[in-house]
Design a protein around this ligand. Structure first.
Ligand SMILES: [Zn+2]
Ligand SMILES: [Zn+2]
Length: 258
């Protein structure tokens, strides 16, 4: 079996990723409108009515923007840990907290996919990344990371496909338009991953077997796709590892297949 991963949108204006083994169809986050999700799914032969579950990473608006409409119009499970679910309900006027799984934190199954959430360091109630095992492959999703913790390293190492944050170029951030407080928040241990931090971890992942790495959640203000790509390519060259690298986009879908 194969696995297809398509990042429908990625960045501070909205995040949504589609993952399927051809049998089970999963979305991670719904940070864009339902209309945009439908538009992204259509070329992939999918639609919102046949999504098996939506997994949420955390309650920031760029990850839950479309959720109010999605929860109202469709009845697929919307899954999150309890603290995230409560925060989403308060923020988006949804009612997902009382419909959560008891075994969310220790892992669960949706169709043919085994799903395991893991904690990440970010300034939200209880943010997570995910490892999905499906179609004979392991796919990791980890964006909105202040830094690479042992939890991230232990869970993501050994995955075939990794969607990994490469948020900002440090020089662009420090010389750009953001006020000092916002720069400090982004650079902090509960903010976002820089290109250099991403590149060093991407090289580790390539050495541990990652074949496809999707660079995600790039800042439109403080990064460029070519800077993010160059940082990872340099790190891979220095480590002697190889992997296919693509950059996700804010306004267009980017897919990989294994
Ligand atoms: Zn966030
Ligand atoms: Zn985000």
């Amino acid at each position: 079996m194969s696995v297809k991963v398509c990042v429908l949108a990625s960045g501070s204006k909205g995040n949504c990723t589609y993952i399927t083994d051809g049998v089970t169809r999963i979305l991670i986050d719904a940070g864009i409108s339902c209309r945009k999700i439908e538009e992204g799914l259509a070329p992939l032969g999918a639609k919102l009515t046949n999504i098996d579950a939506v997994l949420l990473t955390h309650e920031h608006i760029d990850h839950v923007y479309g959720l109010h409409t999605l929860a109202k119009k469709y009845d697929m499970p919307i899954l999150a840990n309890s603290r995230t679910a409560v925060s989403v309900d308060v923020k988006m006027h949804t009612d997902i907290a009382r419909k959560q799984k008891d075994n969310f934190d220790t892992g669960f199954r949706v169709g043919t996919a085994d799903i395991f959430p893991f904690r990440v360091s970010h300034d939200a109630a209880c943010p997570v990344g995910y490892v999905l095992t499906l179609g004979g492959h392991k796919v990791a999703y980890c964006t909105d990371l202040g830094h690479i913790t042992d939890s991230v390293r232990n869970n993501v190492s050994g995955c075939d496909v990794v969607i990994l944050e490469s948020n900002h170029d440090l020089h662009m951030l420090e010389t750009g338009p953001y006020p000092p407080e916002l720069q400090a928040r982004i650079k902090s241990d509960v903010g976002h991953l820089s290109n250099e931090q991403c590149a060093a971890f991407a090289a580790e992942l390539a050495l541990s077997g990652a074949r496809q790495i999707v660079l995600a959640h790039l800042s439109e203000q403080n990064n460029t796709p070519s800077l993010a790509l160059k940082a990872v390519q340099n790190a891979l060259e220095q480590s002697g590892a190889s992997a296919s690298i693509v950059v996700a986009k804010q306004n267009a879908a980017v897919g990989v297949e294994l």
